[in-house]
Design a protein around this ligand. Structure first.
Ligand SMILES: C[C@@](CO)(OP(=O)(O)O)[C@H](O)COP(=O)(O)OP(=O)(O)OC[C@H]1O[C@@H](n2ccc(N)nc2=O)[C@H](O)[C@@H]1O
Ligand SMILES: Nc1ncnc2c1ncn2[C@@H]1O[C@H](COP(=O)(O)OP(=O)(O)O)[C@@H](O)[C@H]1O
Length: 280
C-alpha cells in the first residue's frame, strides 16, 4: 500500500503590522500584510472509520486536546457531521510562539486536507470561518494567498508582491501576544493607509518597540540583522527577518551568525505551498 502524502503547513511573515485602534471588545484593529514562506511543518492524514482523531507525536508542552491540529479536526467533524476520523502525523519544524504562525498553519492544513479527504464539501468561506474561531491567523492559511488584512486579520484582500529571500532569526524566547497587546506603551493610533501593499517604505511593525524593550534577545537579533539588510519583527515576535535580493546574500549573512544563534534562509511565497499541492 502506498503511504499517505505529507501536506505542507507553511510559516507566514507579517511584512507589516499596523495597529489602528482598540475595539470595544478589547481586540485591536490591525492592518497587516501576510506572506507565506517556503518553510514549514508537514502533516500526514490517514482517515479512519471509527471517528477517532489521533495525533503523533505529541508536541512537548501542548496536550493533544489543546493542539490546534486536533481542535481543527474535531471542529470539522462537528460542522460537517461526518462519522469519519483520522490518524494525524505532525512533523514539527517551526518554532512555537515566534510570530510565524505554525500552530495556525497546522490548523488550516488540517481543515483543508480533511475536508478534501473526508469529502465533507465545505467551501473556502466556510473553512475560513471555522478557522477564525481557532485563531485570527488561520483564515489566511486556509485561503492560501498573500493578503492585506484588516479587522483582527480576517478581512483579507489577496495581493501580488515581491517574493524576496529572507534570513529569519529565531531568538530563544516566547513572546506572549496578550502581553504585547496589553502593553501601555503600545502604538495604537497608526492611521489606515490605502494601497499599503504597494508602499513597502511605509511597512512597519507597531509591536516591535515594546517587544524589543521587554525582550533584549529580540532587540539584539534585530540590530545584528540590520547591519546586513532592511529588517523587522514578524507578528508579536519573537522572530525577526531581513530581506535580501537573492539566496546567496541571505546565506552569506547567515554564515556570519554568532555561535548558538538560529537562522533560517527562506523565500517569500504569494501562493501557499498547501494551495499549490491541493491544486495538483
Ligand atoms: C499578532 C498576530 C498577527 O498575525 O499574530 P502572532 O504574532 O500571534 O503570530 C495575530 O493577529 C494574533 O492573533 P491571535 O493568534 O488570534 O491572537 P491570540 O494569541 O489569540 O491573542 C491573545 C490576546 O492578544 C490580544 N489581541 C490579539 C489580536 C488582536 N488583533 N488584538 C488583541 O488585542 C487579545 O487580548 C487576545 O486575547
Ligand atoms: N500544532 C501546534 N503548533 C504550534 N503551537 C501550537 C499547536 N497547537 C497549539 N499550539 C499552541 O499555540 C501557541 C502559539 O503557537 P504558534 O502558532 O506556533 O505561534 P505564533 O502564534 O506566535 O505564531 C504555542 O505556544 C502552543 O501552546
Amino acid at each position: 500500500m502506498t503511504q499517505a502524502p505529507w501536506w505542507p503547513a507553511p510559516a507566514k511573515l507579517n511584512l507589516c503590522l499596523h495597529i489602528n485602534g482598540r475595539r470595544e471588545d478589547g481586540y485591536h484593529e490591525l492592518q497587516t500584510l501576510f506572506q507565506f514562506l517556503d518553510w514549514g511543518d508537514r502533516l500526514r492524514f490517514t482517515p479512519r472509520d471509527d471517528g477517532l482523531v489521533t495525533l503523533s507525536p505529541a508536541l512537548p508542552g501542548v496536550a493533544d486536546e489543546d493542539n490546534l491540529v486536533v481542535r481543527a479536526a474535531r471542529l470539522l467533524q462537528q460542522a460537517s457531521g461526518t462519522t469519519l476520523g483520522a490518524d494525524i502525523e505532525l512533523d514539527k519544524q517551526l518554532p512555537m510562539g515566534g510570530g510565524i504562525g505554525g500552530g495556525s498553519s497546522d490548523a488550516a492544513t488540517t481543515l483543508v486536507v480533511l475536508n478534501h479527504l473526508w469529502q465533507t464539501g465545505l467551501d473556502e468561506d466556510a473553512l475560513a470561518e471555522l478557522g477564525l474561531s481557532l485563531g485570527a491567523d488561520v483564515p489566511v492559511f486556509v485561503r492560501g494567498r498573500a493578503a492585506m488584512a484588516d479587522g483582527v486579520g480576517e478581512a483579507l484582500r489577496p495581493v501580488e508582491i515581491a517574493e524576496p529571500w529572507y534570513l529569519l532569526l529565531v531568538p530563544e524566547v516566547e513572546v506572549s501576544t496578550a502581553e504585547v497587546f496589553g502593553h501601555p506603551q503600545l502604538t495604537r493610533d497608526t492611521p489606515k493607509i490605502p494601497g499599503l501593499e504597494s508602499q513597502p517604505q511605509r511597512w512597519q511593525n507597531d509591536c516591535q518597540a515594546v517587544v524589543c524593550q521587554a525582550y533584549p534577545q529580540v532587540a539584539k537579533a534585530l540590530s545584528w540583522l540590520l547591519e546586513y539588510a532592511p529588517s523587522k519583527m514578524t507578528g508579536t515576535g519573537s522572530c525577526v527577518f531581513g530581506e535580501f535580493a537573492n539566496r546567496a546574500d541571505a546565506e552569506a549573512a547567515r554564515a556570519g551568525l554568532p555561535e548558538g544563534w538560529v537562522g533560517q534562509v527562506t523565500q517569500g511565497r504569494n501562493q501557499s505551498p498547501l494551495l499549490a499541492m491541493l491544486g495538483q
